[in-house]
Design a protein. Structure first.
Length: 277
């Protein structure tokens, strides 16, 4: 793939691994059955490329196996997807869990610290980083918390993950600590955050929804809590939410006892509860 001079690029590297990762300008993309590339993976890559070009970045596709690169470029040549790039199936927006298994769900979630959750209830909406901090995206890019090197446009969106993964609670723990949690902090010293859950089918129907080929879903600027389906709060933190949760939302808030589970066990416990809601 040829790059236009002066145009910033985001590398998409097809790698043989058990997870995908976007870090410092490179999207490391894992195939479910390397070196075979499936139709849903091509659709996901196409969405990523379209999103990048929409934001004036030229995707650079790299793989040791040139047959894979040729297959991708051939697909892109005939793909005419349009914004918001709604996946033909949820699997297109899937992620990998800690065991390397492809996962997706009926639920999308946003997980945060107790302090942030209280602010969310008070405002009545989830806010993008630009809206929440009232700072321009260009400034947030330079913030030390942007360890992954996310581009400026990411800060204009509310990011949502799948509710059947542990990544949201891991990120909330990182925000609480101010550093990447170690094994102890993800197990015996783990502190669960608060998770807000939404129906995938409802989110993709929103005017502000977009699929960027990496995050399961994201929403521009803000996501009102009128769309909330369930909020899971550790029971031990119940007193912090007294007088905070609006009456109309109390029926959708659930207090789950925390019995010293680690990150994985707590995440699984929350999802088991969700499917019964």
């Amino acid at each position: 793939m040829f790059l236009r001079r002066g145009v910033p690029s985001m590398k998409l590297v097809i790698w043989q691994n058990e997870f995908s990762l976007q870090w410092n300008g490179t999207y490391h993309f894992a195939l479910e059955a390397y070196p075979a590339i499936q139709a849903w993976e091509l659709e996901k890559i196409a969405a990523f490329c379209h999103y990048e070009r929409m934001n004036q970045r030229e995707p650079q596709i790299i793989c040791k196996d040139q047959a894979i690169v040729r297959t991708i470029n051939q697909y892109l040549k005939h793909d005419n997807s349009r914004v918001p790039f709604i996946p033909s199936h949820r699997k297109v927006a899937s992620t990998y869990d800690v065991s390397g298994k492809v996962v997706y769900d009926e639920w999308l979630s946003h997980t945060c610290t107790v302090e942030t959750a209280i602010a969310i209830f008070k405002s009545g909406k989830l806010l993008s980083a630009v809206k929440a901090f009232n700072l321009p995206a260009e400034e947030l890019v330079r913030d030390s918390r942007n360890a992954a090197g996310d581009p400026a446009d990411y800060f204009n969106y509310v990011m949502l993950g799948w509710s059947n993964t542990s990544s949201g609670y891991r990120l909330a723990m990182e925000r609480l600590l101010g550093h990447l949690p170690n094994d102890r902090e993800l197990n015996e010293a783990f502190v669960p955050g608060v998770s807000f859950h939404f129906a995938y089918d409802e989110i993709v129907s929103l005017k502000e929804y977009l699929f960027d080929g990496y995050h399961p879903a994201k929403v521009k600027d803000e996501l009102p809590l009128t769309h909330l389906k369930a909020c899971i709060i550790p029971q031990e933190q119940a007193s912090a939410f007294e007088g905070v949760i609006p009456e109309t939302l109390k029926i959708r808030c659930f207090y789950l006892p925390y019995n010293k589970e680690g990150l994985i066990e707590w995440s699984e416990k929350v999802h088991r509860f969700l499917v019964r809601v």
